[in-house]
Design a protein around this ligand. Structure first.
Ligand SMILES: C[S@@+](CC[C@H](N)C(=O)[O-])C[C@H]1O[C@@H](n2cnc3c(N)ncnc32)[C@H](O)[C@@H]1O
Length: 216
């Protein structure tokens, strides 16, 4: 687990989580979550027996939607503020889980059919490779991993770590928490390297959002 991920988790613990939750309650981005929900439903072919685990669920919007429709979904996070919010929103299966340091098999009763990592830009290339390995080992044989990234193509201002990660440290001026947060950016080629020996890429989407994020 890199110093970058540790710093970002500290930022969430020092008020960042509270602000993230507050922001989500004001602007729930319903349309975006519905699109992701529909995508997930399509990918699991509406099979409610499938075990779904989300890593770093934050406020838990997606697990709430999946649970409501009868899916077997577990939300997770490592920040207590987020876990409390997930509980407050009525999610039944919640695990405190650091996907970079905790043993998947010690935390979950069984492997998953689908693992999702959504909007977790706080991982350098080594943390990201670890995430891919953990997801791979946590999945059943024909399991699926859905992950999104911030697209390095639209971040020419990025600096580069000695391990090759394209990144920025940002202070979000509109937030009270002035702790810096680490954002890493990846290209399609980076993803192709990261998944080697583990996953086949079934689908790849490039969203034309304001930062043209890679993902769905
Ligand atoms: C930008 S938030 C996104 C939350 C949610 N997935 C969403 O899309 O709104 C990133 C989340 O990842 C969590 N996270 C970051 N590093 C983690 C780690 N190593 N283990 C578990 N959760 C982590 C953070 O606490 C935070 O909830």
């Amino acid at each position: 687990m890199s110093e970058h991920n540790i710093k970002t988790i500290n930022m969430y613990n020092l008020g960042g989580a509270f602000e993230y939750i507050e922001h989500n309650n004001i602007d729930p981005e319903t349309e975006k979550w519905e699109r992701l929900f529909n995508y997930v439903e399509k990918e699991v072919q509406k099979d409610k027996q499938k075990k779904i685990v989300e890593f770093g669920s934050g406020c838990g919007q997606l697990p709430v939607m999946l649970q409501k429709e009868g899916y077997d979904v577990t939300s997770t996070d490592i920040v207590d503020g987020f876990l409390d919010e997930q509980k407050r929103r009525g999610i039944k299966k919640i695990k405190k889980y650091n996907f970079l340091t905790d043993d998947f098999n010690n935390v979950f009763d069984s492997n998953a059919d689908l693992i999702i990592s959504w909007r977790n830009p706080h991982l350098d290339i080594e943390d990201m490779r670890k995430l891919f390995e953990v997801a791979y080992n946590g999945l059943n044989d024909d399991g699926l991993f859905i992950i999104n990234f911030q697209n390095s193509d639209v971040h020419p201002e990025a600096e580069i770590l000695s391990n090759g990660t394209k990144y920025n440290y940002k202070i979000l001026e509109d937030k009270q928490t002035k702790e810096t947060r680490f954002y890493a950016y990846y290209s399609k080629e980076d993803i192709n390297e990261l998944r080697k020996g583990l996953f086949d890429i079934i689908e790849y989407h490039n969203e034309g959002g304001k930062e043209q994020k890679i993902g769905m």
